[in-house]
Design a protein around this ligand. Structure first.
Ligand SMILES: NC(=O)c1ccc[n+]([C@@H]2O[C@H](COP(=O)([O-])OP(=O)(O)OC[C@H]3O[C@@H](n4cnc5c(N)ncnc54)[C@H](O)[C@@H]3O)[C@@H](O)[C@H]2O)c1
Length: 374
């Protein structure tokens, strides 16, 4: 049996994982993990491709609200079942584990239905779009004793794992501030429609609709907040403030039968109970030079800068000399799907937990609720 490459759990994760490991090592009804993918859009197809390439898995079901596309995808992935609702997946006894790749609005009901039906759940990001909902999901995870993982795929990258280990080893000293951003230049707003592989056009305007869980805070913000909070060890939030702007989206959909009522550029500032703070910026489109996914971590002994696509930089001091090092990162990363299967089969503690998702949700909700909209 091929094993995925595990991101190495940190000391605190190992400790937290002990009890979960005892609970989640699973006796499978089949010698493979029998997986269903719910929501066969861009991400769902990506998840299905990952499971298809993993000999430890069998794709038994796909689910999409488009019946024609679900039927086509069933054939493409050699599944037994094509469903159109997540309730049917939850009720299907042939399914051990699911990927929830639906619009954010449906993350809670689909995840909770599947957890309550005894299935392991890999839920795409954002975990959900309100604190009450995130807490309900966290309770469902505890109640079920099943594996629950949030699909923050960047966490599984080799650079992120390297930097986490570097920070955990004390190289930055006390981490007191972090700055993070995912900003896109003009021309990258989420278009209202896309095409499935069978040519069928479908609406993916949910990214742009508040009632569907859209908005740049939830979409891009959840990723980058998750990363810096991971570096800071998810401290307790004390205070959140921010501004959410809607400047360009309505013009993109003008004259079309689509709504754009979410933020397309949002900034926030967070204070933590341990005295640390962070600054975040996320943008679907603004007048900036290039797309940037940035994490800058400031410590008392050193600093680190991850600017996606550029070499990582580590800043420190030896005596009177200040140095910048570009570390060689030669370990491979992994994917959330391979890690999810490891968690199920081997009891590996999930790298992105529901409790961490609650903290990310609190911050994004806090920014939106701080009342500043432009
Ligand atoms: N990890 C990442 O980097 C990353 C990147 C993109 C999207 N995502 C996340 O993945 C999820 C899906 O995003 P996407 O880009 O694939 O969206 P998408 O709109 O392309 O696909 C969603 C699919 O779900 C189907 N669907 C919608 N509502 C449904 C319902 N109630 N029941 C059954 N099927 C339904 C749609 O027909 C569509 O095929 C979202 O949570 C998104 O935030 C994550």
């Amino acid at each position: 049996m091929r094993r995925g490459v595990n991101p190495r759990p940190t000391a605190s994760e190992k400790e937290k994982g002990k009890s979960q490991r005892a609970r989640t090592v699973t006796q499978m009804a089949s010698d493979k993990v029998r997986v269903a993918v719910i929501g066969m859009g861009g991400m769902g197809v990506g998840h299905a491709n990952a499971y298809r390439g993993d000999p430890r898995c069998e794709i038994v079901a796909v689910c999409d609200q488009s019946k024609t596309w679900a039927d086509k995808a069933k054939k493409e992935f050699g599944a037994k079942y094509a469903f159109t609702t997540f309730e049917e997946v939850a009720a299907c006894e042939a399914v051990d584990a699911v990927s929830v790749c639906l619009p954010a609005l449906f993350h809670e009901p689909a995840s909770v239905a599947c957890l309550d039906a005894g299935k392991h759940v890999l839920c795409e990001k954002p975990m959900t779009t309100s604190v009450a909902s995130a807490k309900r999901m966290a309770r469902a995870v505890k109640r079920s004793g099943k594996v629950f993982l949030i699909g923050h795929n960047q966490r599984f990258g080799p650079d992120i794992q390297f930097l986490k280990e570097y920070i955990e080893a004390g190289n930055l000293g006390e981490v007191y501030f972090a700055r993070t951003a995912w900003r896109r230049p003009m021309g990258m707003l989420v278009t209202p429609t896309a095409r499935h592989a069978n040519g069928e056009v479908y609406s993916r305007n949910w990214f742009n609709e508040r009632k569907m869980g859209g908005g740049v805070g939830w979409d891009l913000g959840s990723h980058v907040l998750d990363l810096v909070l991971y570096f800071m060890d998810f401290p307790k939030v004390k205070e959140v403030t921010g501004c959410a702007y809607t400047k360009f989206g309505p013009e993109m959909v003008a004259g079309q039968d689509f709504v754009f009522d979410v933020d397309d550029h949002t900034v926030g500032f967070v204070k933590f109970e341990n005295g640390a703070s962070l600054q975040v910026e996320m943008s679907f489109g603004s007048y900036v030079e290039r797309e940037q996914i940035l994490q800058a971590v400031y410590g008392t002994k050193g600093g680190a800068l991850r600017d996606w696509g550029q070499p990582m930089k580590l800043f420190s001091r030896t005596g009177d000399t200040y140095t910048t090092v570009l570390p060689r990162i030669d370990k491979p990363g992994t994917s959330p799907m391979a890690h999810f299967v490891d968690c199920i089969l081997n009891g590996t503690p999930p790298l992105v937990t529901a409790d961490q998702g609650v903290i990310v949700t609190e911050i994004i909700s806090g920014i939106y609720e701080s009342g500043e909209e432009g």
